[in-house]
Design a protein around this ligand. Sequence first.
Ligand SMILES: C[S@@+](CC[C@H](N)C(=O)[O-])C[C@H]1O[C@@H](n2cnc3c(N)ncnc32)[C@H](O)[C@@H]1O
Length: 245
Amino acid sequence: MAAAVTRLCWAPQCLRSLHMSVGVQKAKTGAEQLWLARQRRDPYVKTAHAQNYRCRSAFKLLEMDKEQKILQPGHHVIDCGAAPGAWSQVLVDKVNSLGKDPAARVGFVLGVDLLHINPLEGAVFLPKCDLTDPATHRKISALLPSGQADVIVSDMAPNASGIKDLDHQRLVSMCLSLLDLSDSVLRPGGSFLCKIWDGGESDLIRDKLRQRFQLLRTVKPKASRMESAEIYLLGKSHRNKRAAN
Ligand SMILES: C[S@@+](CC[C@H](N)C(=O)[O-])C[C@H]1O[C@@H](n2cnc3c(N)ncnc32)[C@H](O)[C@@H]1O
């Protein structure tokens, strides 16, 4: 039950209706009731609401960026699995895409998701696009100023089946598609951050990341629930593309 409840928040029906309005929603199933009760107790949910973030996941990116120094003003960033848009909110601020800091370089944020994403000032969204589809990669490349990105971040997750190994494998295979994207649009020296659910194929993706990046770290932010298998893999300093397999 715990795993099913943990992963309810990835389900599209949960994203907008339940993320921020837990006080007024009526849960229908037992799993939803547990999920809502946990949301009501969660300090990150309350703080996200107070700070106008679209969901609590904003704090995962804020924390990882503070510790790992991933984002800078002027960076061009692709946000994979961007809906409902909380990571994009953080990115707009960190890369200065609205030019709020006149002394700093102005960045660019491109958010992509299978779902619709409500507009956000300072971000360009590519909704209803599948990041495992090479056609989406071509659209991304066309939308990036200069065709290159400094950073790719992914909080992407499939709708969970509840079968742990299967969900793990599906998410790893989605992340492998993002490595293809990194090969075509990430500038040499760029960074890549992706979520996986830890499992038997974690080492496979770690190996693929090591081939491409000079530095690899596994990160579990405090805002990520302890009971969740979710971890983030951070690759820094993308090697020369011609040297990568
Ligand atoms: C946990 S949510 C992301 C939350 C987001 N980081 C935020 O802060 O608002 C995971 C997202 O991945 C998206 N997703 C799953 N599979 C995808 C795919 N193949 N292509 C694009 N987006 C996908 C889902 O639609 C969902 O919106």
